[in-house]
Ligand binder design. Sequence first.
Ligand code: BT5
Length: 236
Amino acid sequence: MIGSPRVHHRQTDSTNARARELASAGARHGTLVTAGEQTAGRGRQGRSWETPPGRALLMSLVLRHLGAARELLPLAAAVAVCEACEAVAPVRCRVKWPNDVWIDERKVAGILIEGRPAEGWAVLGIGLNVNTDRPEFPPELRAAATSLRLSAPGTDPALEDVLSAVVGALEARLGDQPSGVLDRWRQRDALIGQPVRWADGAGVGAGIDDTGALLVDVGGRRVSLDAGEVHLGPAT
Ligand code: BT5
């Protein structure tokens, strides 16, 4: 059972920070932290996650004993978020490797996984823009970000309904065999056939291998990337 117990904060710095504290103190598998507002929402590699109060799903789950599921957790979580979005709004979601969720090439959700493998836990943080209007995004994000409301005008999903959909989808995907996770992820691959560039090179997205690493065709060569930053865009 994931999603219980649940701690809700009207405002906190970061739900991932709260969930990490709970995990360190022994919180059980499935413990959920949510917030109406974050004052220091975190992205990966020191970046920030910006959302106006009350407009986004901000959640972090303590996960334990993942075993083999740990390796593909970023992919399984992204698939679950896609499925949940599609269950509550008439949208089609794709994933930019490894786990940015996009609608029409705009980011609707981000995922931040932190953990202490030695202590046997991970924290899965999800930020999902639900009812955000365009002017509510910081100016530098307006072109690149979207919300369910913006992508499916006329729909106004309640945050609690989106939360239920995400928890239900996660429950299902975390129970999948690795081959099932990989199949579902591959059907949503936003980078396949697209120009891709990263710190040390550029090429064309060629899917993922069975460990979840990104494959890129570079000239006649195929390279695999399992860390670092990948950008979609002109391969210059
Ligand atoms: C992520 O990082 O996408 C992971 C975001 C995880 C946020 C959740 S919210 C609940 C939990 N508690 C936390 O403190 N964090 C997690 P990354 O791939 O590094 O992307 C960060 C980048 O996304 C930023 O530098 C912006 O360019 C962009 N961004 C920031 N806020 C955004 C938003 N609301 N919607 C779309 N893009 C955003």
